[in-house]
Design a protein around this ligand. Structure first.
Ligand code: TA6
Length: 297
């Protein structure tokens, strides 16, 4: 395992060639190479200097998904909250052997830990500034998959509630040949139609225009993203009962200054594992843990 870090990012790679790159800004995974391919989409115009949430990779959504509601503790926060626009600290790594590899140099996987707490935040423009929290975010690079998991602790004396989600931009060769399996029978809230509830379809989901859907799907059910009917990614979830599927398509992509190239929407699909359709209450002193695993098939 080799790790390199500077004051802006941490990169880890396995001797077999897999690698992951994490910006300390937002603890945003901006690259994950596995099976010889880059598996995350990163806009060519993404801000990587901490001036704006990263357009691509795996931005972290916390404590609120979407535009914050009125008359709520999150009112006043930016869309998707402050986690993805805060400077996290790198807490270190741990690598582990696997029985499969006789070498005892821990070459089978590496776990990178990142931390954020309320004491690290500047000017929170909302009631949230009165809450205390500590988050440990673990990014684990395995030979065939990437795991991202959160341990969110309420270190204060009052309960608070939150949403959290991994806003994963998966790389695809051609969106017109993508089908998503596992969600088809579920109904969803269609954000392109004002959040209207739409019944599920029978066949796999395909994308031929702007898609912005919020599904609830039992975490025990995996999601497969296929290209030309060949499965490419399998997403497993723990404690994350909601899945957002998003592709901005042509005009929305053009309207985002940090989305490039203009036709980049053809090479990405966001499949976002989260807990966002209802508020999660975290009692003082409690810890919430959840995560996702994305396997390259
Ligand atoms: O992916 C779901 C979503 O909420 C979309 O509605 C769209 O707004 C997207 O997130 C991107 O949001 P952002 O704040 O990163 O531009």
């Amino acid at each position: 395992v080799s790790i390199s870090q500077d004051n802006a990012r941490v990169t880890a790679s396995l001797p077999t060639g897999e690698s992951v790159e994490v910006l300390l800004y937002g603890a945003t995974v901006i690259s994950w190479k596995c099976k010889g391919k880059e598996n995350l989409f990163l806009s060519s115009k993404a801000h990587l200097d901490g001036s704006k949430a990263v357009r691509g990779g795996i931005p972290l959504v916390f404590p609120v998904f979407g535009p914050p509601p009125a008359n709520h503790a999150t009112t006043g926060l930016p869309q998707h909250g402050f986690a993805r626009i805060s400077k996290w600290e790198y807490l270190g790594k741990s690598s582990s052997e696997s029985s499969a590899t006789p070498s005892n140099t821990g070459d089978a996987s590496v776990k990178l830990d990142f931390g954020l707490s309320n004491t690290m935040l500047e000017n929170i423009p909302s009631e949230w500034k009165k809450y205390q929290f500590g988050i440990t975010y673990s990014v684990t690079l395995n030979k065939e998959d990437l795991e991202t998991s959160l341990a969110i602790r309420n270190t204060g004396t009052t309960d608070w509630e939150f949403h959290t989600l991994f806003h994963t931009y998966l790389a695809v060769d051609n969106i017109s040949q993508v089908s998503i399996k596992g969600l088809e029978s579920s109904s969803y809230k269609d954000k392109t139609q004002g959040g209207k509830e739409v019944q599920g379809t029978s066949g796999p989901i395909t994308i031929a225009g702007e898609v912005d859907r919020n599904y609830s799907l039992d975490p025990s059910k995996t999601i497969v993203v296929a290209e030309k009917n060949k499965p490419r990614y399998e997403i497993s979830r723990d404690m994350l009962g909601d899945v957002v599927v998003w592709n901005p398509w042509e005009s929305k992509a053009k309207s985002m200054a940090d989305f490039g190239p203009e036709d980049g929407y053809k090479n990405m699909v966001c499949v976002e594992a989260g807990s966002v359709l209802a508020w999660n209450t975290l009692e003082a002193g409690d810890t919430w843990e959840g995560g996702q695993r994305i396997q390259v098939l």
